[in-house]
Write a protein that binds this ligand. Structure first.
Ligand code: GDP
Length: 300
């Protein structure tokens, strides 16, 4: 994955040096941990996550599991892999469907994060799996957001609930609520509610998202974050956690060539799992997120 190419290369180089050694001294371990630390920081992984990660790797690498291993270097790589999986959320977390349909999924995030695109991706993916999703256009901030969702819905082959002119225009909470009621009436089993974002975090936007959340009581709130926003990812995620809270994270634009480490820190910092990854502009550039597969890709 382009986003982690550099990190991947750096770690590969570190492990290549390590493999030339037989038994590992404490100095070897420390040297390796230092290189890993630098590679993670250069990839924009948040400092507190890096500290925690390298602390755990170091402690394990100095312990019995490495000193008694047949191949100590390989054991260190295995430890790094396991700890990386932990940072990325451990087990894969699937969508939770409501016992009584419809399952309500609310999307939140900054403007441009990729929410509207994600709405289409998720809907298409769910429809392929036999669900009958509907999209609700509760982003009334941007003039063309409703039209954009309608285009995405048409591409995904999924209906869109949008406010009628004069009814609910300007009131996203009402549109969201009406959309959910409409979905119930039409027997859709999943409702995906797109909400407005701003270019930066602001109080009014957060309140609107919180009000929508209160009004529709979603089963999942997915926080969509652009992996390319770098260091801001952590502060943005914390602001959304405080303001709306979310049940899962979606990393978007993982196809970009920016350093994606900050986005990788989000699960660890918020304690919320990364559930999906978005890897391009087409509706098919989308996949459930598997922490173990991502760790393997980075360490490949
Ligand atoms: P929203 O404001 O959060 O609804 O964001 P949009 O869905 O409108 O996306 C903003 C821009 O990013 C659009 O031009 C999308 O085509 C693009 N985009 C969304 N997801 C991805 C992705 O995973 N990769 C790339 N390269 N572009 C994306």
């Amino acid at each position: 994955m382009a986003t982690f190419g550099n990190l991947s290369d750096r770690l590969a180089e570190t492990f290549k040096n390590l493999r030339t050694k037989g038994k590992l001294s404490a100095a070897d371990v420390d040297g390796t941990v230092r290189e890993i630390r630098r590679a993670l920081l250069d990839a924009d992984v948040a400092l507190e996550v890096v500290k925690d990660f390298t602390g755990k790797v170091r402690e394990r690498a100095l312990g019995d599991e490495v000193s008694k291993a047949l191949n100590p270097a390989q054991q260190v790589v295995k430890i790094v892999n396991e700890e990386l999986v932990e940072i990325l959320g451990g087990q894969q977390r699937r969508l939770e469907f409501a016992k009584k349909p419809p399952t309500i999924i609310m999307l939140a995030g900054l403007q441009g994060a990729g929410k509207t695109t994600l709405a289409g991706k998720l809907a298409k993916w769910l429809a392929k799996d036999g669900h009958t999703p509907i999209l609700v256009a509760a982003d009334l901030q941007r003039p063309n957001a409703v039209t954009q969702l309608e285009v995405v819905g048409a591409q995904a082959g999924v209906p869109v609930y949008a406010p009628e002119p004069g009814n609910g225009v300007g009131n996203p909470v009402k549109v969201a609520r009406d959309g959910v009621t409409y979905a119930q009436q039409k027997m859709h089993d999943v409702v995906i509610v797109d909400t407005a974002g701003r270019l930066g975090v602001d109080a009014e936007m957060m309140k609107q998202a919180a009000d929508i959340r209160k009004a529709i009581d979603p089963d999942e709130v997915l926080f969509v974050i652009d992996a390319m926003i770098g260091q801001d990812a952590v502060a943005t995620a914390k602001a959304f956690q405080d303001g709306v809270d979310f049940t899962g994270v979606v990393l978007s634009k993982l196809d970009g060539d920016a350093r994606g480490g900050a986005a990788l820190s989000v699960a660890s910092i918020t304690g919320r799992p990364i559930m999906f990854a978005s890897t391009g502009e087409s509706l098919d550039d989308f996949e459930p997120f598997h922490p173990d597969r991502m760790a393997s890709r980075i360490l490949d």
